[in-house]
Design a protein around this ligand. Structure first.
Ligand code: NAP
Length: 300
């Protein structure tokens, strides 16, 4: 039986592993995809204390290597269920394995939200993308649009502005959620054009994306925007469906836990973007990783 099983190898999960290993605990980390989580696809991080500028890939790889060097073990498998209690120990079942631990840290984060429009799935990889750093190079010298008004949309638009001839930023309101520094930078970038108070009402194209139809959110008008690429950056939804009633979730699917990261089940902690919280940032993910780990160690 492991001391702690951590589910999710993003910033929160890897930080939790580093703290638990340094406390001398046996740690297994489950990861269903690749280490690093959302930050892997962030072009540049400029708001993590101590780094003026670092790519998401380098940041995540440093964290991963740090956890490995400290002796954390990894299971690359999709967790399907968790059962048990602090008294009996917990069992984590995944597609190909089953492991036990005395405590659990849920650091499963969140996944990109989709527009849920006809054609979206069909044209994903054929003009539609959810990751500017992964797919931006395919649109070198072309015209693209980014949909969203948060940090991700602005970081993506700025990244794409260095590659593409033209970048439209489509947002459903006049105001943005993104940090002011990113907004100022984007407004000062000549090839970024803002299309605010608009939503995408249809995605058009047969075998490849050809255009999107924009609908005004303040009037009745619609217009067609011809683009080669569309980067959807409209936020995330928590990856918590596998928990299936094991811990309490809020109405949006976030794991209910306070700043101490304690969930409704003793011995089970939630860390990172999947937890109910007001500020979802790298810094708060790392902070949750440390807090959940220290509290998990304390209950062993
Ligand atoms: P976000 O902050 O939740 O922003 C999502 C944006 O998409 C909002 O502008 C929202 O509009 C819009 N939106 C949501 N649903 C939509 C829909 N169905 N149709 C059209 N627009 C829609 O998401 P995010 O930018 O991915 O960021 C997620 C979290 O990660 C945030 O806490 C963010 O600060 C953090 N983050 C941090 C960094 C960093 O620290 N460097 C980088 C990236 C992200 P409304 O504003 O109208 O709701």
């Amino acid at each position: 039986m492991y001391d702690i099983i951590i589910i999710g190898a993003g910033t929160a999960g890897l930080t939790a592993a580093i703290y638990a290993r340094r406390a001398g605990k046996d740690v297994l980390i489950y990861e269903g995809e690749t280490y690093g989580g959302q930050i892997m696809t962030t072009p540049e991080i400029e708001n993590y204390p101590g780094f003026k500028k670092i790519s998401g890939y380098e940041f995540a790889t440093n964290l991963y290597e740090q956890a490995i060097a400290l002796g954390a073990k990894f299971e690359y498998d999709q967790v399907t269920s968790i059962s048990g209690s602090l008294e009996t120990g917990f069992t984590v079942t995944s597609e190909f394995a089953e492991n036990q631990a005395k405590a659990i840290i849920l650091a499963t984060g969140a996944k990109n939200r989709h527009l849920d429009l006809p054609n979206e799935e069909k044209l994903t990889g054929r003009g539609i993308s959810y990751c500017a750093t992964c797919d931006g190079a395919f649109f070198k010298g072309k015209t693209v649009a980014v949909n969203g008004g948060g940090n991700t949309a602005f970081e993506d638009a700025l990244y794409l502005s260095n590659l593409c001839e033209k970048v439209y930023l489509i947002h459903r309101r006049e105001g943005f959620r993104a940090e002011q520094a990113l907004i100022d930078k984007a407004k000062a970038t000549a090839n970024i054009e803002f299309l605010t108070n608009r939503t995408i009402s249809s995605i058009n194209g047969v075998s490849e994306l050809e255009s999107v139809t924009l609908a005004s959110t303040i009037g009745e008008s619609t217009a067609e925007l011809i683009i080669d690429g569309l980067f959807v950056a409209i936020g995330q939804t928590p990856s918590s469906s596998f928990l299936n009633g094991f811990v309490e979730l809020d109405v949006s699917g976030y794991i209910v836990a306070g700043e101490d990261c304690k969930t409704s089940v003793p011995g089970v902690f939630a860390a990172g973007d999947g937890r109910t919280k007001t500020l979802r940032q790298l810094t708060t993910a790392a902070s949750d990783g440390a807090i959940s780990s220290v509290n998990a160690c304390a209950c062993l």
